[in-house]
Design a protein around this ligand. Structure first.
Ligand SMILES: Nc1ncnc2c1ncn2[C@@H]1O[C@H](COP(=O)(O)OP(=O)(O)OP(=O)(O)O)[C@@H](O)[C@H]1O
Length: 264
């Protein structure tokens, strides 16, 4: 369990995060969503100490993270960001197994693990394990980034808009694979997104933030059925409408670029 106790973050006297109290349960997929600049990334980065709070306390299983060695802490917390940076001179297999190798895990065991992980996200290990990142599409690289964060089997994974650089169709595919994967691995995942449909599809609970504060934390069903106030209702409505419009625009553009004879 990750818990925030009256956590505040200020930069030059400007309040970025205001008295945040949050409990993220072990094994849940917890989404942080809210308008741009509301403090989602800051909240997430305080968990692995990439950002330090000005006051308050964050605990992981009752241990104060401010007392943990940051390097050791990050070794046990997977981290996936929007622009996955794979090492270009390493094969996909080497990229995925980097952390277990650094942790001196058993060679044969992690070879097997890499194959299993590649399989889980629909990348045939026989085809992809020995390829280099430049030989993969953006969506395939993003899949590798997701499983790389899982290779060392960390109990917690932080994901900051991991699918947002993808086109809507690849994004939906990867979301489906991710939901299936999480059902098997049951990690504690904190996931930042701008996409309300994505949040509804993948999450156990959604935390909607505004101006550095939590507005509502609930299951997707409850959030949709019982928004706490008009800000929540408006946010859900506007975000879902925009998402639908974006998907429609991409699908129309794809149709327009297909040869005439392939349109049924
Ligand atoms: N180093 C910094 N110096 C000054 N202000 C900062 C700094 N880092 C973040 N901020 C401000 O803190 C606020 C929260 O930023 P944060 O990146 O956490 O928001 P976010 O909700 O993740 O935004 P987005 O959805 O646009 O990525 C923003 O107003 C941002 O401008």
């Amino acid at each position: 369990m990750i818990s925030f106790h009256s956590v505040e973050m200020r930069i030059n006297d400007v309040s970025i995060i205001q008295k945040l109290d949050l409990q993220i349960k072990a094994g849940e997929l917890f989404v942080l969503i809210g308008p741009s600049g509301c403090g989602k990334t800051t909240t997430m980065k305080m968990i692995n100490r990439l950002i330090e709070p000005t006051s308050g306390r964050i605990e992981i299983n009752g241990e104060d993270v401010s007392l943990a060695d940051p390097v050791e802490l990050r070794r046990n917390i997977g981290y996936v960001i929007q622009q996955i940076a794979l090492f270009p001179h390493m094969t996909i297999g080497q990229n995925v197994s980097l952390v277990p190798r650094l942790k001196k895990a058993d060679q044969a065991q992690y070879e097997k693990k890499v194959d299993e992980l590649l399989d889980m996200v629909g990348l045939d290990p026989k085809v992809f394990k020995n390829r280099y990142p430049a030989e993969l599409s953006g969506g395939q690289q993003q899949r590798v980034g997701v499983i790389r964060a899982m290779a060392a089997d960390p109990p917690i994974i932080l994901m900051d808009e991991p699918f947002s650089a993808l086109d809507p169709i690849s994004r939906e595919q990867l979301q489906d694979e991710f939901v299936r994967l999480q059902k098997t691995i049951k990690k504690t995942i904190v996931f930042v997104t701008h996409d309300m449909d994505e949040a509804i599809k993948i999450s156990d609970r959604i935390c909607l933030m505004n101006n550095g504060a939590v507005v509502q934390v609930d299951s997707p069903e409850k959030l949709l059925q019982r928004p706490a106030n008009s800000f929540v209702a408006d946010f859900i409505g506007i975000k879902r409408l925009k998402g639908a419009q974006e998907r429609q625009a991409v699908s129309s553009a794809k149709k327009a670029t297909l040869p005439r004879w392939s349109i049924s």
